[in-house]
Design a protein around this ligand. Structure first.
Ligand code: AMP
Ligand code: ZN
Length: 113
């Protein structure tokens, strides 16, 4: 999508620090990190968010989680990390291209705020 920030990152029109890429997913450093590891994993297909996803997007969403697990393994943060989907403005979603936050490298409190 032309006016989508993350589609523009996928297209290479906006720079990002890429940490992982495969046929269906892209992972890059969050510009405003909330933990020593704060990576965003996005599907290359534009999906607005989890509540707009359809059954045909299930594989894509699963692959984003597996990409996050791969990055966590590579970074040696498997003792404890979190994958988060903020769904809707009330949960803090500010970019409307589905993205998984991978947070780790520090103690993570539960429940999150
Ligand atoms: P959310 O609030 O769940 O929609 O997450 C959006 C995330 O995208 C935030 O954590 C932002 O810091 C991050 N972000 C916004 N613009 C960029 C960018 N150009 N490159 C990397 N991360 C970004
Ligand atoms: Zn998009």
């Amino acid at each position: 999508m032309k006016d989508c920030l993350f589609c523009r990152i996928i297209a290479g029109e906006i720079p990002a620090k890429k940490v992982y890429e495969d046929e269906h997913t892209l992972a890059f450093e969050d510009i405003n990190p909330q933990a020593p590891t704060h990576v965003l994993v996005i599907p290359k297909k534009h999906i607005r968010g989890l509540k707009e996803a359809s059954p045909e997007d299930a594989d894509m969403i699963g692959l984003c989680h597996l990409a996050a697990a791969h990055v966590a393994r590579e970074r040696g943060i498997e003792n404890g990390y979190r994958t988060v989907l903020n769904v809707g403005p009330g949960a803090g979603q500010s970019v409307f291209h589905l993205h998984l936050h991978l947070l780790g490298g520090r103690d993570l409190k539960w429940p999150p705020g």
